[in-house]
Design a protein around this ligand. Sequence first.
Ligand SMILES: [Fe+2]
Ligand SMILES: [Fe+2]
Length: 148
Amino acid sequence: MSFIEWTEEMSVKAPVLDGHHRMIIDCLNQLHPLLETKGDGADIRAVMAKLEDFVLLHFAEEEREMKQAGFPDWRAHKDLHDRMYDVVFSLKSDIERGKVLDARHLFDLLNDWLVTHILGEDQKYVPFIAGHDHQPVAQWRRSNGKDV
Ligand SMILES: [Fe+2]
Ligand SMILES: [Fe+2]
């Protein structure tokens, strides 16, 4: 069983965005057991790099969807994304520079920010984007030779 399970209450009723959320949660689940292990940190760095990639991709697509659907609070939501990205980026940079982080703190922070955001803030745009779902990110990833 995964540390964080994706549940139906996390769904934003848009398969592409739900798929991104699942990828982000999958990264957190991959990160969790690595925090207990001793090593050179290469595995943690790889997961953090993947997490940054997914988070960037997802935030851009979610912001585009919110704007397109006329969600009135999209700017405030984007500000939350920007702050979350800063946290992910600075943690990733610290880890890359070899800084020893408090593992529990790192995981709790990412879990709090990302999962709480999916369960709370993201739910607010659901009525606006209902019925919209586009696949530009999947197409971009395919055309750039990345696994979707
Ligand atoms: Fe989201
Ligand atoms: Fe969001």
